[in-house]
Design a protein around this ligand. Structure first.
Ligand SMILES: CC(C)(COP(=O)(O)OP(=O)(O)OC[C@H]1O[C@@H](n2cnc3c(N)ncnc32)[C@H](O)[C@@H]1OP(=O)(O)O)[C@@H](O)C(=O)NCCC(=O)NCCS
Length: 171
């Protein structure tokens, strides 16, 4: 899979992404805004295991965010089942040197459009920790609406915090 968002790309992960993945993912400021399933510290072994897992996915749903030369982040979908099977959750992160250039917003727009075209979804949602206004802004600029504040839903980095639910519907 490859979506061009010039000069960046959302594309399938490759074995040679491991070094850049470990370099940019191994950052407390990234980890602090993601679920604890995202390792910290993030080793080259973690990177290789993640790449292998995404390459085995059927259908493929986790991708690299990349510059023309290297992986710079990640974006992916969790497909739901049972009565939630027409919903998905989207998640993303970007290496800190690349923050503030509109890259996450462009990638989020592109993957949202791709997901609605690829899967029989009517709803895509995102969950954001209350201390992450940059991600709230990224979602709002991509047309997602804040639907809820889940009070004290999250225990992260030793603190109990609220979480926002954002969602967008098939147009
Ligand atoms: C959140 C994250 C993906 C944003 O990526 P990015 O490429 O820098 O985002 P963009 O440049 O597209 O947009 C960021 C927006 O947030 C705004 N912003 C940044 N810091 C902010 C703050 N402290 N308060 C309010 N707005 C802020 C920026 O001004 C920008 O809005 P603008 O275009 O209107 O100026 C990136 O910081 C990241 O990977 N963080 C760690 C992991 C993470 O939080 N993932 C999301 C989990 S829900």
């Amino acid at each position: 899979m490859k979506i061009d968002i010039t000069p960046w790309q959302v594309r399938s992960l490759r074995p040679d992404d491991a070094e850049a993945l470990a370099r940019y993912a191994n950052n407390r400021s990234v980890w602090r805004n993601l679920n604890d399933a995202f390792p910290h510290p993030y080793t080259i072994g973690d990177a290789r295991a993640w790449i292998a897992l995404t390459q085995a996915e059927q259908p493929e749903r986790n991708f690299a965010l990349a510059s023309p030369t290297e992986l710079i982040g990640g974006i992916g979908l969790k497909l739901r089942d049972d009565v939630f099977r027409r919903s998905a959750e989207i998640g993303y992160w970007l290496g800190e040197p690349f923050w503030g250039q509109g890259i996450a917003n462009a990638a989020l727009r592109a993957l949202t459009e791709w997901a609605f075209a690829e899967f029989d979804l009517v709803r895509i949602e995102a969950r954001v920790f209350e201390w992450n206004p940059a991600s709230c802004r990224v979602l709002e600029k991509a047309g997602y609406d804040r639907e809820a504040r889940m009070r004290q839903a999250v225990y992260k980095d030793g603190l109990v915090i609220d979480q926002f639910i954002y969602a967008t519907l098939r147009g």
